[in-house]
Structure formats: C-alpha cells, structure tokens
Design a protein around this ligand. Sequence first.
Ligand SMILES: [Zn+2]
Length: 255
Amino acid sequence: MNPSLALAITTGVAALGWRFRVLTPAGAGAAILVGTVIAIRTGWPGLAALGSFFVGGSALSRLAPDPGVDLGAKGARRDSAQVVANGGAAFLGSLLPGGGLWSVVASLAVAAADTWATAGGGWSRMPPRNILSGRVVPPGSSGGVTLTGSLNAVVGALTVGGAAAFAAGRAELLWLALIVGPPGMLLDSCLGAGWQGRFHCDACDQPTERPWHRCGHRARPVAGLAWLGNDLVNAMATLVGMLAGWCAWRWFGRL
Ligand SMILES: [Zn+2]
C-alpha cells in the first residue's frame, strides 16, 4: 500500500481509539507505527486483519462484564506495551521477505483469540479453571480458562481470518486463522498458568499479577518467574503464531 495512505488510515483509526479511550496516547503512537508498517507491507488484507482485531477486540473488551476481582490487569485501554505485545509479532512478520501476510494473519489470530477469550470469560457462569492444574481460580487470572471464553476465542480468530480472507479473496487465510488462533490462545494460557509471575501485596493482603500493587506498595513474588508478565506472555504466544503462519506459507502458500 502507498505509505501516505497507510499512514493516513492508521492515524485516523488510532485517533478514534484514543478518542474512545481504548488506547492511551502512547498506545495510539505505537499503533500508528505498527499499523502503518503492516499496511505498507501487506496491503488491504493485512490492514483488514489488523482493523478487525483492533475494532472487534476493543469493542468486546468494553462490553464485557468486569471480572470483579482486580488482579492488576490494565483494563480495556491499551498502553504502548500492550500494543507491542499484541501487534509486535505481526509487525515483525510483515517485514519478512516472503509470507508476510500469512505471518500477520496468524499472529493477529492468536492476539484476537486471546483478547476474545478473556472478554468472553466474563460472561461465563462457570468459574475459570487453571489450564494446567484444573483448579478453580479467580476470574481475570492469567492461565484461567472457561468454555465460554474458549468458544469466543474461535469467533475472535474467525473475525481476523474472515476479514483478511475477504480482502485478499483467499479462503485459506480464514483456515489459517482458525487453525493457529485458538491453539495460540491455549499456549498463552499455559505460559500464563505455568510461568507467569504471581505476587502478593502484604500491605493490602491481596494477590496481584503485577510487581507493584495499585496501592503503590511493592508486591512480594510468590510463584512463577517474577520478570515474566502478561505482556511478555502475550508477545511470546503471538510470536509463535507468527512463525506458525510463516511455516504454513512455506509449505502451503501461494501468496
Ligand atoms: Zn496493596
């Protein structure tokens, strides 16, 4: 895509995201960079995948009921770290000399599946269970899964794959998103359940997933790797999705 058109479109969408409070100012800046490069490199199909992830995921996150337990998740408004965690792998994939579109679609399918699963879990009547141990965990916990959330993950992957497939006129992009997205969300949950750092704020006697509690006190690490936060887990899962998309392009792709 023409660079000035790509910049104009992504700046307009990011400005709307900031206006509707789904992006922080720094998040909007990061979104313009990521979106412009993806649009230049992969054209309308890549931009359609990115747009459907951003619009669908943001709308759903705003509509989803609050889990009620604040474990330190940042909420529906994305900052620059979250934009990079969700879109950084797609950004890198778009720069590959071949298979950029497949890499972008697969990586965004993972990001969408995870976002939709998290939001959809809010409607679940059953409490989430830790994907590795099977134990019931508080809503909003990393690594917790629900059936409602998992079905929602499939719909999230479908929106990204469907938008790209429609824009490119290639049905295989829809299949790619469906095959890579939901398993990528499960990988994200496994990383979150197995290795993500968990903390406890002694001042408030509350569990949290952030090293600094919202009260301002430093929380004590109790489990997992203290340096491995939710953004890094998301980045790892979307990177695996991106590589899976590139491999699929190498083996089956003709785009
Ligand atoms: Zn505290």
